[in-house]
Design a protein around this ligand. Structure first.
Ligand SMILES: [Zn+2]
Length: 179
């Protein structure tokens, strides 16, 4: 009881809504709820910096015979962004396809699957430390074991559809979510 109280106290300010959703879902055990909450901390990831000094990230990935993984970027409304650069040479299959300039509020979405059993993580960009080529991101929703942590907002449905297509596009060689 104390442990749960402690976690709630510590994380409610950041994650009040998510915690509410997790606590009312009776299908998730106490341990799973705790694990999910513990993972929902802002994390830092390595990003790219363009020659002109803008923070950027690659749309990448594709499908193999039974598995696949992909990364795409969406703007704050869930829509595709313009690519700064689309790769047209070198090893393209399941590699890096389009470089997109990042802004705070954009979403980085990652997906992987095994025979169509998907795990999808949606991260929001909280801060961009361009000099250090670091983005501070926070997971706002996650699809695993066949369901979302929290209801998927309608404005992110197109992006989720696109990433599932990309992660199942055999030896993908092109961007799927670019305006
Ligand atoms: Zn493709």
């Amino acid at each position: 009881m104390w442990a749960i109280f402690y976690i709630r106290k510590k994380y409610t300010s950041y994650y009040g809504e998510h915690i509410k959703n997790l606590y009312v879902n009776p299908k998730i055990s106490k341990f799973e709820r705790r694990k999910k909450i513990m993972f929902k901390k802002p994390i830092e990831i390595e990003i790219e910096r363009t020659k002109k000094g803008y923070p950027a990230f690659w749309e990448s990935g594709g499908g193999y015979t039974n598995t696949g993984e992909a990364t795409i970027i969406a703007n704050k409304d869930g829509q595709p962004k313009k690519a700064l650069y689309v790769r047209g040479r070198g090893e393209l299959a399941c590699g890096h396809h389009a470089l997109v300039i990042l802004e705070v509020g954009d979403y980085i979405i990652k997906a992987s699957h095994h025979r169509g059993d998907f795990e999808i993580q949606i991260y929001e960009i909280l801060e961009l430390k361009t000099e250090e080529t670091i983005a501070v991101i926070e997971q706002i929703n996650c699809f695993s074991w066949g369901e979302w942590d929290a209801e998927l907002p309608a404005y992110l449905e197109d992006a989720v559809q696109a990433i599932m297509e990309k992660a199942t596009c055999y030896h993908c060689r092109e961007p799927h979510y670019i305006s």
